[in-house]
Design a protein around this ligand. Structure first.
Ligand SMILES: *[C@@H]1O[C@H](CO)[C@@H](O)[C@H](O)[C@H]1NC(C)=O
Ligand SMILES: *[C@@H]1O[C@H](CO)[C@@H](O)[C@H](O)[C@H]1NC(C)=O
Ligand SMILES: *[C@@H]1O[C@H](CO)[C@@H](O)[C@H](O)[C@H]1NC(C)=O
Length: 342
């Protein structure tokens, strides 16, 4: 169990490293002998020069001219992705306690509108700033329209990878890069899917009692089985991950993390191969760091199956998936009307 995350990540790295080291030892011996011979026939400086040139030429890896796909179960990460649309100063200005990041497809304008009008609308809660951002990849949308939307709402972040289900892990890692670079002033970040209901005051109430570092919480899967059936949406072959269960991870629909974690998780991602299942992959990186997600301090706070709307019950939870037919604006109007919840 305790080796779950590393099985997929570390092993291939170690093999490469060992090979490189053996290679280097051979090379060094050769170079030293060669350089020694040279110093006998000419002066020492020439020998040293030759030594340098030889090392340089033989160890340099061949130029990466040909694109190599990571295959169907891994994604192109780490990789240098760029932010095409960015909000680089907002966190610095607002020093938010909580940052909400909603991964959404570029063309999904409707969900962004609804979220801005409902749970994303509140910017200050119990004297704490809350900031909302939407994270997009590349997709079917008029870039000018998107720039207009960004100029108006100042909540769009867009990176230059192809936005699709298979690439969600890239999105999550790019989110961590963004948080680490532009938002380390914040205390916590919540990644939440665009079709969810989020009770921000309840989330803040929980975070006020949560650990300040190495904290990741949500709906935790403590020992999820690896899907070995090729028809499964989450199929992972044995060669990619050999253990029967994944390390603990928080379900991707919504999880919250302390802002000291993005840097650590990014470091771990250098050594753990990027599996296409984004929430599992974060669990693997946490495991690699010797860390674990934790159950929410409020029991039953996260719901993966749509919880039927009930004003009293919704006031006690943090997040739930919503039935696709739910009128979210209507729900919000009812939820936020004056008067006691229960
Ligand atoms: C060889 O080393 C020099 C100096 O360190 C560097 O500028 C050059 O790019 C290297 N060449 C190769 C092929 O790696
Ligand atoms: C919240 O943001 C405002 C700017 O809108 C800033 O002046 C204030 O200091 C922030 N509050 C906290 C607690 O950082
Ligand atoms: C994921 O994004 C990368 C980078 O943009 C791209 O090369 C790759 O084709 C994408 N994957 C899919 C399945 O579209």
């Amino acid at each position: 169990m305790e080796d779950g995350g590393k099985a997929a990540g570390r092993k291939p790295c170690c093999v490469t490293n060992r090979r490189t080291i053996i290679c280097l030892i051979f090379l060094c011996s050769f170079v030293i002998l060669y350089g020694f011979n040279m110093s006998e026939t000419s002066n020492t400086w020439t020998g040293l020069n030759n030594k340098r040139t030889t090392t340089n030429m033989t160890t340099s890896t061949p130029p990466s001219s040909e694109y190599k796909s990571p295959g169907p179960y891994l994604v192109e990460y780490p990789h240098k992705y760029n932010f095409i649309i960015n909000q680089p100063t907002k966190c610095e200005e607002l020093k938010p306690f909580l940052v909400l990041v909603v991964p959404v497809a570029p063309q999904n304008i409707e969900d962004r509108k609804i979220i801005r009008d409902t749970w994303g609308a509140r910017e200050v809660l119990s004297n704490k700033n809350v900031t909302l951002f939407f994270l997009l990849g590349l997709g079917e949308i008029n870039e000018n329209e998107l720039l207009e939307e960004s100029k108006h709402h100042k909540d769009i972040i867009q990176s230059d990878f192809v936005d699709c289900y298979k690439n969600l892990t890239i999105k999550t890692m790019v989110m961590l890069e963004w948080l680490d670079t532009y938002c380390h002033q914040a205390s916590y970040a919540m990644k939440i899917d665009s079709d969810m209901f989020l009770n921000v005051p309840k989330l803040i109430e929980m975070l006020e009692h949560a650990p300040k570092t190495n904290y990741l919480s949500g709906l935790v899967e403590w020992a999820a089985s690896v899907h070995r059936h090729t028809t499964s949406k989450w199929f992972v072959p044995f060669e990619i991950f050999s253990r029967t269960t994944f390390p603990p991870y928080a379900l991707g629909l919504g999880y919250v993390l302390s802002l000291n974690l993005p840097k650590k998780l990014l470091e771990a991602s250098q050594e753990v191969k990027a599996l296409y299942i984004e929430d599992v992959y974060l669990g693997m990186c946490m495991h690699h760091l010797g860390l674990s997600p934790t159950d929410p301090l409020i029991q039953g706070a996260f719901h993966v199956f749509p919880l039927y709307y009930n004003r009293c019950q919704y006031s006690k939870i943090i997040a739930t998936t919503l039935d696709t037919h739910t009128n979210r604006r209507q729900l919000w109007a009812d939820f936020t009307k004056p008067g006691p919840y229960c």
